[in-house]
Design a protein around this ligand. Sequence first.
Ligand SMILES: *Cc1c(COP(=O)(O)O)cnc(C)c1O
Length: 380
Amino acid sequence: MIPTAIPNVGELEERNLRQCISSTMVSTVGPFVTEFEERLAAISGTPGAVSTSAGTCALHAALTEVGAGHGDLVILPSFTFIASANAISHTGARPWLLDCSGEDWTLDLDLLAACLARETRRGPDGEVVHVRSGRRVRAIMPVMTMGLPLDFVALARIADEYGLPVVVDAAAAIGSAALHDAPVAAICFSFNGNKTITCGGGGAIVSRSPERLAALRHLTTTGRKGLNYDHDIVAFNYRMTNVCAAIGVAQLERLDGFLEAKARIAARYAGFAARHPVLDPFPGGSGGESVHWFSGFYYRGEDRGTADAFRTHMREAGIDLREFWKPVHMQVPYAGCHHTPMPVTEDLWWRVFPLPCSTHLSEADQTRVIDAAEMFWSVR
Ligand SMILES: *Cc1c(COP(=O)(O)O)cnc(C)c1O
């Protein structure tokens, strides 16, 4: 079976891992952790980075740091991986789910502005209160769907008007130029095995604010003051290990090549989709270039049975193809959440075909994928 996206690891990763063993630095302190954070900060144009044990942990810590907690709401698109919503829930807050833009599948900013204007009022201290539930809105969490850029300037304009911090779920958007000057509180990455670069598992938060970074480090390392067992807040143990960072450092060295591979793979699928009347490529993004975490086809036809039949056809041809993110508002744990009508999201998710796009996918294997797709779509 040709998988959708698996780690591309080799000699460089192995060399770094051997160093972890020979130095016995396998746990949460070590030179690779420091180097990984320094490199991430350099890539992101931020004064620092805080690595974590997962992307979900990065989101949880960043939301906690901006004050999300029990009884609050955090705004996010429903078209995302469920981890985005789980990170909100773990703070005690609840998601307020919005529809996404049909153009690029990211949070619909016009809808965001309209929802804030229509459904919130200011409390006595200027806080933003969701009128119907009486809950305080604490933050906005946009998602860089598939590695797509966002219009961070327009987003910041809305967020600033309401005094709301923006925590970006950039889980799969490492390498995105759009992040470089993004005027946001925090940006969270994931280094899970299916992302563009992996640490085995892991995550990180970058921010332009040195104070926020210091607070996040404190929050992710048990709130420890100094070397003794002296702690001043209820905090997390969310640190990345030196072993994971060792893989991450090697992967960051290879990032440019990985991004090129992702773009090349995406372009080939886009070329195929352009020749078929019911297929579109994934959106390229309006505010800059996508980093093409995933690429594949979007089905423009109306028949859900055809979409399911394509998935079955591909799996029978030895190519892994499953449904993409089922929207959060349709998931059991989030069925009761406040949400906007979802015409775009509900129309979208089942039409998305994420095709094999590992950075070491061979040209021959991609040809196999395309030939199998051709066999299905040429007779439709
Ligand atoms: C992968 C992913 C996450 C979660 O990251 P983990 O490292 O698996 O915890 C969150 N949000 C999005 C959009 C993701 O793609």
